[in-house]
Structures are given as C-alpha cells and as structure tokens.
Design a protein around this ligand. Structure first.
Ligand SMILES: Cc1cc2nc3c(=O)[nH]c(=O)nc-3n(C[C@H](O)[C@H](O)[C@H](O)COP(=O)(O)O)c2cc1C
Length: 189
C-alpha cells in the first residue's frame, strides 16, 4: 500500500503540515509506504510560471501514478485553500488522481471557514478524477497545541484524525480488493 502526503502550506513548520506528520506516523505503523511532498520541494518559478517540465513535478506525477492514496493538507487562506497549493495542482495531469482515495486536511484561524475544503478543494480533487474523496478534517488553530516540535493536538482533534485515518485505511483496502473486470463477466456468460 503506497500513499503520498502533500503539504500545501507555503510555510514550514506549519500547523497543517503537523496534521500530515501525525498521519504519516500512524500509517507507517501499519506498514503503509508513505512518500512525503511539500511545496518547498518545487522551485517557486516552476510553479508560478507553470513550467510543466519541472523535474520535481515529473517525479511527483510518477509517484502519484504508483500510489493508492493521497492525503493533502492545506491552510485556509482567504476562505479557500492556499494559492500556492493551487499552483501545483494546476500543473498535475488531468487524470492524476484517477483510482486514488483522497483524504483532505485543513487548518484555519476560524471555524467560519471550515467548509472551504468542501466548496473549494474538493472540486479541484474531483477535476483530477479522484476515485473517492473522503470527509476532510478541519482543525482550528486553537486545536493545534504544538507544531514546531512534536505535533500535539487537542483530544478532540486527535480523535477526529484517528477516525479519518481509519476510514482512509479501510477505503485503501476496499480499493485493493481484486474483482474481475466488468467485461469479463460477459465473456464467460
Ligand atoms: C494570508 C493568510 C490568510 C488567512 N486567511 C484565513 C481565512 O480566510 N480563514 C481562516 O480560517 N484562517 C485564515 N488564515 C489563518 C490560517 O489558515 C491558519 O493560521 C492556518 O492554521 C495556517 O496553517 P499553516 O501553519 O499550515 O500555514 C490565514 C492566514 C494567512 C497567513
């Protein structure tokens, strides 16, 4: 089982990246292979000037093609996901998330914007043909007690993250069940 984690904050260390760090530890403990990406892996000019031949972009695209799932984390900026993350998502191939299970995570200063993942990020993930986009986890800043060192969250947030990761894990395994191709059923009929 292979998963990509993608940190969509322009800042590091960062609150939303701390959620991903927690997810990586949990998944690694159940033998999921995790490849971690963050915006700092890319040359800013490649993202700003839409350089589709960026070497890092090529590597990410190849790794995504081999992956079963994606966990993407973003801060909420101006009632949406970060613009820096959008510059990267814009460069991915149209079907980059085909067949993948996707779990979105977000942190924001106010719960007033907790639906930003649903109305802003999910449509983009859907445009990239994600197979299954799970309910996201939104944390307001007060729930992230520490993100500079070892991530520490409020019990409520930790519980919601654990539950989302379990759902993600189950979805990855559902995706893995080998069923015969639809057309094969007619061949044997
Ligand atoms: C430029 C900027 C715009 C922001 N806009 C919003 C906003 O519209 N809604 C909100 O809830 N939080 C907003 N915030 C707060 C961040 O979303 C919040 O602090 C988040 O946890 C930062 O995540 P990060 O540490 O991963 O970058 C904004 C922060 C910045 C720097």
């Amino acid at each position: 089982m292979r998963v990509i984690t993608l940190a969509g904050s322009p800042r590091f260390p960062s609150r939303s990246s701390a959620l991903l760090e927690y997810a990586r530890e949990k998944l690694a403990a159940v033998d999921v292979e995790v490849c971690h990406w963050h915006l700092q892996n890319f040359e800013p000019e490649d993202l700003l000037y839409a350089r589709f031949d960026s070497p890092a972009l090529k590597t990410l695209t190849e790794q995504l093609a081999q992956a079963d799932g994606l966990i993407v984390a973003t801060p909420i900026y101006k009632a949406s996901f970060s613009g820096a993350l959008k510059t990267l998502l814009d460069l991915l191939p149209e079907r980059a998330l085909e067949g993948k299970v996707v779990l979105p995570l977000a942190t924001g200063g106010t719960v007033a914007h907790m639906l930003a993942v649903d109305y802003a990020l999910k449509p983009v993930l859907s445009a990239l043909k994600a197979q299954e986009i799970l309910h996201g986890v939104f944390a307001d800043d007060s729930q992230v007690a520490d993100y500079q060192h070892k991530p520490q969250f409020s019990p409520n947030l930790q519980g919601r993250l654990d539950s989302a990761l379990e759902t993600f894990w189950q979805a990855l395994h559902r995706r893995d069940i080998r069923v015969p191709a639809f057309h094969q059923q007619f061949e044997h009929a």
